[in-house]
Design a protein around this ligand. Structure first.
Ligand code: UDP
Length: 240
């Protein structure tokens, strides 16, 4: 149970997962719990990167539905992810681990610019690298950011921590009592069945680059460690 299956990971956390029950803003308890779980796997010698979303603060789509320019609304969403990243960095460092926030949008006073080689250097020094500001481009998502960064840094897996489900289901388990949970899926299944795992851009990027994905619940403490050690929790999505 203490032997990591994956040596270098990208942990994807949606903004919602950091908000807790209220669904908006940040829950200090959840951020602390995530930080504890991150430290746990760091202590196993795993190289940890985190991609945080921003949906607990702002989503570009909401802004554009309100009549805003989509690009401006998306930049606001990217800025929201930076706030989440800083909160997570703070919680991780309070536990005595080192962490760096790397932003895809230049903001030198608050975060380092994202430079791939530098990110890898931080990982070698056992620092938790938090990727903020998404890809730095509008019309993308932080799921796509996770897929992109995972490919760039040659991560072994993307661990997608969810707050409201413990894996991938055939339908929304909150709305449909007949929904069944999948243990294993391929990216082609995800795309062809239209499963709500990640957006299509992110799925195809993962599929093309052969990056496995584990979808699991972040709400149970110790789950990141279980996922890292290859225990069967949640749903595994892969090429075959
Ligand atoms: N976003 C963007 N480009 C990116 C990543 C994010 O424009 O590369 C914007 C987009 O508006 C999105 C918001 O940032 O709605 C928050 O990201 P996301 O919706 O992926 O967050 P999550 O759902 O994971 O909380």
């Amino acid at each position: 149970m203490n032997t990591p299956t994956y040596k270098r990971i990208v942990l994807k956390l949606s903004g919602e997962a950091l908000a807790g029950e209220q669904g908006f803003g940040l829950s200090p308890e959840i951020i602390k719990s995530v930080a504890i779980q991150v430290k746990e796997v760091l202590d196993l010698g795993v190289e940890v990167t985190v991609v945080v979303g921003g949906g607990n603060i702002w989503r570009g789509k909401v802004g554009s539905e309100m009549g805003m320019d989509r690009t401006t609304a998306d930049y606001m969403g990217m800025l929201a992810t930076v706030m989440n990243a800083l909160a997570l960095q703070d919680a991780i460092e309070k536990l005595g681990a080192e962490s760096r926030v790397m932003s895809s949008i230049d903001m030198r006073q608050v975060a380092e610019p994202y430079i791939r080689r530098k990110a890898i250097r931080h990982l070698e020094k056992k620092r938790v690298v938090i990727f903020a500001a998404g890809t730095g481009n509008p019309y993308f998502s932080t799921d796509t950011t996770a897929a992109l960064r995972a490919a760039e840094i040659e991560a072994d897996v993307i661990l997608m921590g969810k707050n409201n489900v413990d894996g991938v289901y055939s339908a929304d388990p909150m709305l449909d009592t007949t929904a069944v949970k999948y243990d294993q899926l391929t990216y082609l299944d995800v795309i062809s069945k239209g499963l709500q795992v990640m957006d299509a851009t992110a799925s195809t990027l993962c599929m093309d680059n052969d990056i496995p994905l584990v979808v699991f619940s972040i709400m149970e403490e110790g789950n990141i460690k279980k996922a890292v050690c290859g225990e069967t929790i949640g749903t595994v999505v892969g090429r075959n």
